[in-house]
Each structure stands twice: as C-alpha cells, then as structure tokens.
Design a protein around this ligand. Structure first.
Ligand code: PMP
Length: 345
C-alpha cells in the first residue's frame, strides 16, 4: 500500500435514497506515520471517529437495531433502552431518530460532559446514575435491564447481545481486510463490550481462512483498572490501578468476548496513551479519544515484539472533542499527575 488513507467503496455513498444508517461504516484506514516510522512497521488506524455519531459504536447500534427489527421485537414507534458509557447511546439515538423509535439511555454520571451534552442535544431520554461496579444492582447495565422489564421496552443489551460482534464481523473486518490488501499481521483493540475486538478478530480470521493465509495475531489492549489483561495472561480477572479512559475496560467476560481468538494482551498506563493522543493530534492532525490512545500504544508495543516489516491495524474509536474537559483539560490532568498536551501546558 502506498496511499496514506485508503477508503473503501460504501453502499451509502452512491445510493440516492439512502438514509443515515447507510452512512455507518466505510471508514478510511489511515497510516499512522510516527508509530510506523518508530517501529519499522506499517501501523494503521481505522478511522471510526468518522461515523455519523462519531464513534465505532454506531456499527454496534445499527447491528443491534437491525437484528431487533428482523426478530420482530422492535416494532414501529417502539422504545429502546440501553446502559452505555455514551457512544452506544449516541449511535442508538441517531438510528432510532432516523427510524422513528424512542431511546432511553442510562449512563454513569462520571462520563464526559461532552457525551452527556451531545446525548441531550440529539434527543435521548437520558437517565444519569451513580457509577457502581457490575456486581451492584445500581450499576447502569442492571438499571437499563430493569427499565426494559418494567416498561416492556426493547433492551439493546450490547454487552451480551451477539448482534453487536456480528456487526463487526460483517463490516469492520472485511473493510480492514480489503483496505489492507489482504494482509494483516496483527490487530490490537481494547474491550468494553468486546464487540469490536471479538467481531473484528473473528472476521479477520474468516478472511484469512478464505485466503488460505495465517490469521493475524490478535492483541487485547487493556487500560489499568480492567480485569481483562489478567484474564488473557493467566485466566484471572484481577484488577489493578485505574484509568481516565472511557468506554473500555471490563471486570467480566461478556458473551461478546467469549470465545474470541485472543493471542496476547498489553496493559497500557494512561500516561503512555496520552502521549500518543497528543502526538497523533499535534503531529498528524488526528484528533482521537482515550481508547484510541490505548489501542495505538498496544499496536506500537506489538510492532516492537514482532519486529520491522509487519502490518498492524488498530481502531481509532472516537474523536478527541468528546473529551475536551478531561484529556485536553490541564487542570484535570495536573490534579491526576498526568501529562498535558505541550500546546496546552
Ligand atoms: N472506545 C470507545 C471510545 C467506546 O465508547 C467503546 C464502547 N464503550 C469502546 C472503545 C469499546 O468498544 P466495544 O464495546 O466494542 O468493546
């Protein structure tokens, strides 16, 4: 590949009667110049921040709604409810707006005020709840399930609804395979629900099997404060430290993550991810959020382990503007002893 950004033909680009959901996916694969030069590898980021709702979660939202429609559980004028760190809520609300559904979004109040403001702006019926661990009945996921049961609403259930990962298997993976010219040596990805990691990994394995080539090495990118690094390395969901990143990290093996072909894991501290986020923005013009920094950090570590000449793909899950109040807020960062972007310091 010689081009920096490789778009794929997307059905929505040419259809004259396409609605918003037709514009989900078909995102460019961008060469990350500095990470590539530093490692002697080609490191690419799938620009998921370019989706209509601004994140990779538009794909899961559309796949879940399409599946609920097909199964006949979501009927015209129906109501959807979901617990989310925000991005799935944004995707679900936009697709629901386009298709005439109502959307109730349950979200921990600790998530960025930009995501909260955006959800209100687009018309989500937003219910903020205190942040609680999954084992607590007040956890946002359980609140959303109870609201569905009590009101007869459709529960999107992104963590354990396999329509999520199947959406990535059917779209994200084949796009990457085509854009990377049928050769991917490694794929690194963080996990919230596990839909992106597992679905893309399974789809890349499908594509490699069809071509009769070795499947890419699949590497989980985990922030501190998540149990999955320990789970991959030793089968033990042990939690250490904490992270300011949002939407990633997990204390259990979700149905979407179960059975994913994961070969290795990297645990990335926030300062390492932040330095990458600032470099991507300041030196390459790519504005990305916290999970993208974790993903690219894991891609760089994987490139160093594999050695020069390998092609590694990762996910740029959402954009930096969603976290201006945290990742680009010197007071917030200094209070946590975290690095500040040089131009803001
Ligand atoms: N990055 C961001 C910014 C997210 O919002 C999410 C989803 N919460 C993820 C990564 C993780 O994606 P998935 O749910 O597919 O594991």
């Amino acid at each position: 590949m010689t081009q920096n950004a490789v778009p794929v033909p997307h059905p929505g680009w040419t259809a004259t009667s396409a609605d918003m959901p037709a514009a989900v996916g078909g995102t460019p694969l961008i060469l990350l110049r500095k990470a590539s030069a530093a490692t002697g590898c080609e490191i690419y980021g799938k620009a998921e921040f370019m989706n209509p709702g601004g994140s990779v979660k538009d794909r899961a939202a559309l796949a879940i709604i399409d599946d609920a429609e097909r199964r006949g559980v979501l009927k015209p004028g129906g109501t959807l409810v979901e617990g989310t760190a925000g991005n799935t809520g944004i995707g679900l609300t936009l697709v629901a707006n386009a298709r005439g559904y109502r959307c109730v979004i349950v979200m921990p109040e600790t998530q960025s005020r930009e995501k909260i403001g955006f959800l209100r702006m687009i018309g989500a019926d937003l219910r903020l709840v205190p942040a609680k661990p999954y084992r607590d009945p007040g956890n946002y996921v359980h609140v959303s399930r109870r609201l569905a049961e009590e009101n007869g609403w459709v529960w999107a259930n992104q963590f354990d609804n396999l329509a999520n990962r199947e959406g990535h298997r059917a779209t994200t993976a084949p796009e990457i395979w085509q854009q990377a010219g049928g050769r991917v040596d490694a794929f690194t990805c963080a996990c919230g629900t596990g839909g992106t990691l597992a679905g893309t990994a399974l789809g890349l394995h499908d594509a490699a099997a069809r071509s009769g080539v070795t499947p890419p090495r699949i590497v989980l990118a985990d922030p501190e404060g998540s149990g999955l690094y320990g789970w991959v390395k030793s089968g033990d969901l042990s939690i250490e430290g904490s992270s300011i990143t949002e939407g990633i990290g997990q204390s259990r093996v979700t149905a979407n993550l179960e059975g994913a072909p994961i070969d290795d894991a990297e645990r990335i501290p926030d300062p390492e991810a932040l330095e990458i986020i600032y470099s991507l923005l300041g030196e390459e013009g790519l504005s990305v959020g916290g999970s993208s920094g974790i993903n690219v950090a894991a891609a760089i570590r994987t490139a160093r382990k594999l050695g020069p000449g390998h092609r590694i793909v990762t996910i740029l899950a959402d954009g930096g503007a969603r976290y201006e109040s945290k990742l680009f807020n010197p007071e917030f960062l200094r209070a946590k002893d975290l690095p500040v972007a040089p131009w803001l310091a």
